[in-house]
Write a protein that binds this ligand. Structure first.
Ligand SMILES: *[C@@H]1O[C@H](CO)[C@@H](O)[C@H](O)[C@H]1NC(C)=O
Ligand SMILES: *[C@@H]1O[C@H](CO)[C@@H](O)[C@H](O)[C@H]1NC(C)=O
Ligand SMILES: *[C@@H]1O[C@H](CO)[C@@H](O)[C@H](O)[C@H]1NC(C)=O
Length: 288
């Protein structure tokens, strides 16, 4: 008997503590700065018989919108830098932010709708039970192609200077490029920033170019006389953006005297070196 009573008490306690069952913030992780409006969703589930008191929205800890169905008007926006709410598009589950109309202003002031968002759902009396969820939104234009790696010849001799040029696909923010020689990062000192397109016609996106000059030594080539050069582009400050790689394999000229001295004299391997005298553009791969 006592045990049953205790059970009921616990059940009551749990049910009042669980008026808001779940809250899930559903926002895009990456938003193009040219997108006119951005929709943020706050999906929630109340226990049966419970009603909503209010939903509050925060950006970087600052409340910018509150929706309380019993208030008139139910939606109220607050002044938070970089955020403008479309009140007519917003309700208890959805908040729509204006973006493009704010773009110029946001560029000038260095603000954007990018940041950490939270929605907080509160059930009505008597419990006023509250739950919230968090998520990050980043402003970016992801590159649509792998970087272009050019300037390479199909084959080289020892002592030749390998001159490569890598150009990133248009993106926002501007990509950062890095060269890898046989999958080992090349020292910055061997690379140089080249003039790039910059921002064209007030476009948001831009490209960047990086050059590499490398005097070729025997140890850069493997036993079959090949080396691989990779150009990798990353978007700084965009969590979750995949890096993009373009890899090219070049070969040592087979009749190179030094190679002849150092490479195995076995004729089958000689043939394989001859056969690899072309640029093998490895299908550019996107790696994590
Ligand atoms: C919003 O805040 C900014 C600075 O905090 C202020 O300059 C601006 O006038 C405010 N806007 C409104 C509508 O209150
Ligand atoms: C949001 O980004 C911050 C760093 O800027 C990170 O600490 C936090 O874990 C992220 N939150 C989510 C929900 O991804
Ligand atoms: C040499 O490098 C090329 C390109 O990375 C590769 O295809 C080849 O298998 C390598 N050969 C040896 C013997 O490691």
């Amino acid at each position: 008997m006592e045990l049953q009573l205790l059970g009921i008490c616990i059940l009551t306690f749990i049910s009042t503590g669980e008026s808001v069952r779940t809250v899930q913030l559903n926002i895009p992780t990456v938003v193009d700065p040219r997108q006119e409006k951005v929709m943020l969703r706050c999906d929630y589930e109340l226990s049966p018989g419970e009603t909503l008191y209010q939903v509050r929205w925060y950006k970087d800890g600052n409340e910018f919108f509150r929706y309380a169905p019993t208030f008139n008007p139910p939606g109220e926006a607050f002044n938070v830098t970089g955020v403008r709410v479309s009140r007519v598009d917003s309700n208890d589950r959805v908040v729509v932010l204006f973006q493009r109309t704010n773009m110029q202003l946001n560029f000038e002031t260095g603000t954007s709708i990018g940041g950490t968002y939270a929605c907080e759902v509160m059930a009505d009396r008597p419990s006023f039970d509250t739950k919230y969820d968090l998520g990050n939104l980043t402003i970016a234009v992801l590159p649509q192609q792998n970087p272009a790696l050019g300037g390479l010849r199909s084959h080289y001799q020892l002592g030749d200077v390998l001159d490569a040029e890598c150009t990133s696909a248009p993106s926002y923010p501007t990509a950062e490029l890095t060269f890898y020689l046989n999958d080992i990062q090349v020292k910055k000192a061997l690379t140089r920033q080249l003039p790039d397109s910059g921002r064209v016609d007030g476009n948001v996106v831009s490209t960047t170019r990086l050059g590499l000059s490398l005097t070729l030594q025997r140890q850069y080539f493997n036993a079959s006389g090949s080396l691989s050069l990779t150009c990798r582009s990353i978007l700084p400050g965009v969590p979750g953006a995949l890096h993009r790689d373009t890899k090219v394999v070049v070969s040592l000229r087979a009749n190179n005297e030094k190679l002849a001295q150092e490479a195995p004299t076995d004729s089958s391997s000689h043939v394989s070196v001859v056969n690899s005298l072309f640029i093998l553009t490895v299908a550019s791969t996107i790696l994590c």
